[in-house]
Each structure stands twice: as C-alpha cells, then as structure tokens.
Design a binder for this molecule. Sequence first.
Ligand code: NAD
Length: 424
Amino acid sequence: MSAQNAHSEWDSPMYLEAVAQFDRVAEFMNLDENIADRLRVPQRATVVSFPFRHDDYATVETLFGYRVQHLTTMGPTKGGIRFDMDVDLGEVAALAMWMTWKCSIVGVPFGGAKGGVRVDPRSLSRAELQRVTRRFTMEIINVIGPQTDIPAPDLGTNEQVMAWLMDTYSQHVGHSVPAVVTGKPPSLGGSIARREATGRGVVSLIPPACAHLDMPVKGSKVAIHGFGNVGRYAAVAASEFGMKVVAVSDISGAVYDDDGLDIDDVAKWVDGNGLLEGYPSADHIEGSALFGVDCDILIPAAIQGVVTADNASDVKARLLVEGANNPTTLAADDLLRSRGVFIVPDILANAGGVTVSYFEWVQDVQAYFWSENEIVGRLREIMTRAFSDVLNIALTENVDMRTAALIKGIQRVTDAKLVRGIFP
Ligand code: NAD
C-alpha cells in the first residue's frame, strides 16, 4: 500500500507540511513513485514514556520522549534532541525528514534523525535537567550509537545536556564514546567552533545572497528572532560582517535600536540575567513585532511557524534567511515570494550546525583534532558551495530556493537508494 494513503502514526500539522513540501518537489522532479513512497515516512520511530522524579522527591511525573530516524541509507542518522512542550512524534518525524535533506544538501554522510522530550526545560533545576537527560538517554540507548544514530543539541538543550548524554551512554557500554553525540564541550571531545557553527553558517550565506540580489552587506539592517544558540551567534557574526543588528528577541520579548544594538553588551546581559527582559540600553517591543521592524534582512532563529500568512505582509526585509527549522509556513512562503522576498530555506541556511557536527564526529572517530581555522574555513567552503549549487538549480529550473534545495537534497538520496536496491 502506498504510504501516502496509509494512516500514519506521526501525522501532525508539521509532518503533513514536510510531506506536502516533499510531494510538491517529487512531482516536479518526476520522482520514481516507489522511492517517493519510502521517503515520505521515517524508517524507525521510537516512543518512550518514563518517570521523572522532581527535586521535592514526592512528585513523580510521566514524561514522553521520541527518537525518529528518517533514513538509514546514507550512513548513521544524525539530528538534534529538543526539550520543549510542543515536542510530539509528528514534530520530531518532520524534523527528521528535513535533517535528511539538509545532510544531503551539504554532502555529509548521514541520514536524518530527530528526538526530544515533551518538557519545559526552563521549569527544571539543574539536577532535574540532568535526571531527565540521563533517563531519556537510557530509554533510547539501543537505537543510538556512534555508527547508528548520533544526537546533537537543539531547542532547549545545550553542551551540558550533550555531556550528560555522552556520559550515560559511555557508562552503559563501559568505556568513553565521545562520537555518540556532537555539540559536546571541547573538554570532552567536542569540536571547537561547534557552538557558533549554526549561527555562523547562517550568516555566511548573507554575502552570496546579497551579491545575487545586488544588495550591500555592510551597513545592512538585520533583525533576528531568537537569541539562543543560533540567534545569538548569528547576531555576533552579522556584527563582525559590519551589518547593523537592529532587533533581537527571546521568549520574554524583543529589544530594538534602529542604530544597531551592541551585541556583546546584549549577550553579557543575557548571560547575567537569563533573558532580554530588563535590558537597559535599547527599546523593548513585543517579540512578534520583530517581524515588522524596518530591516533589510530577517533571520528567524527561534521556533517553527512564526512567519505566517497573518504577518507576512508586515515583513519589510528583502532577504529572509531561515536559522530556525520551519519558521515560515507554506502560505507565508508563497506570499513572501510573490512580494519578491528572497528566502534562503532552513535546510540550506542552518546546515552549518550539522556540518560542524560532522567535523566533530570525524575528529572523535579518528581521535585527531583540527584547528579552529581549519574548521571555520571548511565550514565556509561547504556552506558557500551548497548555496551556489542550490542557486544554480533555482536559476536553471526557474524555481524558488526552497524547491531548489529540496531537489538537491532529494536527488542525492534517491540516487543512493536506487544503487543500494531493496533487501532482500
Ligand atoms: P535555543 O533553545 O538555544 O534558543 C531558542 C531561542 O528562541 C531562545 O532565545 C528562546 O528564548 C527563544 N524562544 C523559545 N521559545 C520561544 C517562543 N515560544 N517564542 C519566541 N521565542 C522563543 O535553540 P537553538 O538551538 O538556538 O535553536 C533554534 C532553532 O534553530 C530551532 O528551530 C532549531 O531546531 C534550529 N536549529 C538549531 C541548530 C543548533 O545547532 N542548535 C541547528 C539547526 C537548526
């Protein structure tokens, strides 16, 4: 039976959107229907529930966790783990599929995966966060591993969470296995420059995109939604390129200064206070108002589904670079393109994270570590080459950048599936 017609356990608005994107492009590519049918659904999905004891020792809560591996054809699977209240099987399945295309676009030898726990990490003490991480790791221990599936940080998780994951896995197998996870602290075999990689990668595509649009880079006004791992380092990199970062936001709201924010100062405030709330040296606006500020470049770098049909007409930017996964709904995507906004899609724009994760895995497997210059140089080379490949497809096929990126991602995977054949 066709997977298209089958009832699928992971159905959710986000998964259906990922499949709708895929179907649009598969039709355009005239993709073999047998291959398309396999690529629409993940190869393996693990759902777990487990007890989580709160610090008071009296409350025990049942938490739900997920790990979805979309495609095992290309090598081990790879993808982040998020801790967020919106996490469910459908969200994780959609993100796993996007990871497959992302890895394929930048040419790293992984298939896509994603995982997560439905929990609010901000409500947890450090000890609670550690217990959730370690127990979740035990629950999925049989489906992860350095040659099978390699997690990384994502929304609501960080280097520390990855260190606990690595330690739990290593305790279980009886020796240290740094390559089981990427985005670890450098002291544990994490790669230098991994923390900044996604944000840096996002911003590395602005100069080639500006060149294509005949727009200046220096002095361009940038607004960034999100000031976590991706948004913060995108803001730092944009400032280093001479752009003016006029607005950044987090869950508490946004700060705005038309003359450009002092990003080091904003970052210092967030390190000391946790949130942008109360930052004294800029105006405060609603987080959602950030999408309408006067700027040339907009970088959504927080959560999914924030640029919608309702606010797309407020967007003033000419260039939208998607740092977050799936920040733009399909309807908003159509509206923005009809207004001439050039969109660099998530599966290309935020692929710097998985690229440096790949470098980290290679370094861990070989136990041989590279210099920061090598890492940053190779990241820039891979990102700009991927951008120019995707732009070439867009121009040759007369399609938008999202379609072009999907064509590139899907084609490589399809070729690999065809030559591997079907077992048995
Ligand atoms: P993070 O948790 O470090 O930061 C998230 C930011 O978004 C924070 O500033 C937070 O305050 C804000 N935020 C959270 N919930 C929000 C809400 N409901 N409304 C408004 N703002 C909210 O996460 P991150 O690692 O920076 O990831 C951000 C996005 O980038 C996600 O879509 C993630 O999947 C994607 N991504 C991350 C990486 C990576 O390397 N970390 C790589 C590729 C893609």
